[in-house]
Design a protein around this ligand. Sequence first.
Ligand code: GCB
Length: 595
Amino acid sequence: MMKKLVITFVMLLTSVVIRAGEVPLLGNVLNRPTTTLNGDWNYIVDVQECGYYDYRHNKLRWGFFQNAKPKQPEDLIEYDFDKSDKMQIPSDWNTRDQRLFFYEGTVWFKRSFNYQPKPGHRTLLYFGAVNYEAIVFVNGVEVGKHVGGFTPFNFDVTEQIHEGENFVIVKVDNKRDKDNVPTLIFDWWNYGGITRDVMLVDVPQTYIENYSLQLDRNNLKQLNFSLQLNEKVAGREVSILIPELKVKRTLITDADGRIAAMLKAKPQLWSPENPKLYKVELTLDGETLADEIGFRTIETRGKQLLLNGKPIFLKGISIHEEKPNGGGRANSREDAQTLLSWAKELGCNFVRLAHYPHNEFMVREAERMGILVWSEIPVYWTISWTNEQTFANASRQLNDMIRRDQNRANVIIWSIANETPHSAERDAFLGRLARQAHEMDGTRLVSMAMEVLSAPNYHNRLQDNMNQYVDVISFNQYIGWYRDVKDASKMTWEIPYEKPVIISEFGGGAKYGLHGQKNQRWTEEFQENLYIENTAMLDKIEGLAGTTPWILKDFRSPRRVLNGIQDYYNRKGLYSDKGEKKKAFYVLKAWYEGK
Ligand code: GCB
C-alpha cells in the first residue's frame, strides 16, 4: 500500500513539476517588450518520427533538432530544413497544406532569426499554443516539452540564445491518445501546428511574473492586488499607478517575492453596457508593464446570477476557435473581432468559448466589446479519470487558463468539463478540478456542462453529483435534434439545486441555402422550427439565467461525414462556415431582444 502511495506521489510530482528551461507562465505577455517569431517557418512532415528515433526506436542524439548541414561532400544528412517548404505561423497544417488535411502525427518546424539580447536581461520564448505536444529546441539544445493544445507556455532561453543568427526548432505532434486531454474522440477538428503567436520576450533578471487586480466583492471601494516576481527576493519595490482612480502606491515584496495589498479606489463598474477599462501601470526598477483592467462583481443568489449586484440574463452563444470565413484555426485580433461582432449582431452579451481556452485576443476583444465569457478546459466526454498523469495534465491546463486571464473583467465562469459520463472516479477527478479553480480564483464562478440522462413521461430531472462543487448548474440538451422536436412543448424540467441554471447547448444542423418543410432534416426551416420550439420551452425553466446555443458558425469535425450535407462540417451553426446567416439566427435574435 505504502509503495503504491509513494509511486503515485512521485508520478504526480514528475508530471506537474516544470522542467528545466520552462518557467511559470508570464502574465500579460501582449504588453511586454517582445520580438515576434511569427512568419515563415520551414517544415518537415515526419510520419514515422525518424527525425527523433533511430531504427530501433531509441532517441537519436543527432535528430532533426540539430539542423545539421553536410560539412564534407561525402556527408550523409537526409533532411534539410532550408530546402523544405514554408508555412506561415501561426496556423494549422491541416488548412495550410492540402496533403495534411487529415494528418495526425509529427511535423518539425524551424525558424532562423537574428537577435540582439539585451545585456543583463533574460529572454523567454513564449508560445500562445501548440497542438498538441511540443518539444522545443533552441540552437540545437532541448529547452523543454509541453503538452496540451490550447494554453500558453514559456521557456527561459537566456543560456541558449546568443547575439546574431539563432534557430528555433519545434517538434509538434498532434496524435490523439486515450490518456490525453482531450481524449481520443471529440467533435472538432484536431488542427495540428503552432496555432498561436510565437515570440521572444525581453525581461529583466528579476521580473514581474504575474499579478492579479480585482474589485473586492464585499467592498466596492477596495481593490485587492497581488503580484509575484520570478524570484523569491524580499525588499523589491513595485509601484502601481492607476491614474484615473488616483491610485499611486509603492509596495515592497516579501521573502517569497510576493506582494499582497488592498488599495482604496472607487471605480466605475465594468458591464456589457459600460465596458470601462482603467489604465494600470506596474513599475519595477524603472521598467513599466501596462495593462487595462475592468472592475466588477459576479455572484449568485439562489437561482439568480448577479453582475454588480443586479440580476443578469446571459444571452449567449457557443463558439469554436475557427476563422470566420474558412481557413482553419482562428488566431488573430481580426478573427476575434469578426466572430464577436457576429455574436453582437445576434444580440449576445455572453459567449461560451468552447471547448478549450481560446486565444488571448478572443478574451481581450470580448472584454472591450462588453461581452462576458465562459472559458473551458477540454475535459470532454471520456477522460482517463483514474490516470494521475491525465489529472495533472487537466490541472495544468486549468492553472494556465486561469493565470493567463485572471485580470479580465469579462471572464465570469471557469468551466471544468463537458458532457462527462457519471462515475465515482469522474466525481473525484472533477471535484479536485473544481476545488482548484475555487482556490486559485475566489472571484469567479465555476461550472461544467452536464447532461440530463433520461426524461420518463417528458419529465427531465437533472441529477449530477457534481452539483455540490459548481456555482452554476449548466447542461446541454438536444430536443429537436437527437430527440423529436414535438417533445419540446410537452417537456417539464426540474433542476433540484438552488443555483442559477445555464443551458450550455441546444441546437440542430442545417445546410445554408437548403430549403424545405420544417420537418425536413438539414433544411434551414427545420433548424428554424427547432429554435422556435426550444426557446418557447426554455421560457418555462425556472431559474434560467442564460443560454449558449450550439453554435455561432458551422465548424469542421471529422465525425460529420454525410456527403453533400456535412462534408466534414458540423452544421449546427447559425452562420454557415462562410458567414451566411441561416433562418434560425433571426429566431434567436428576436428571442434575445425580448430578454
Ligand atoms: C454536444 C457537444 C458538442 C457537439 C454537439 C453536437 O453535446 O458538447 O461538442 O459538437 O453536441 O453537435 O452534437
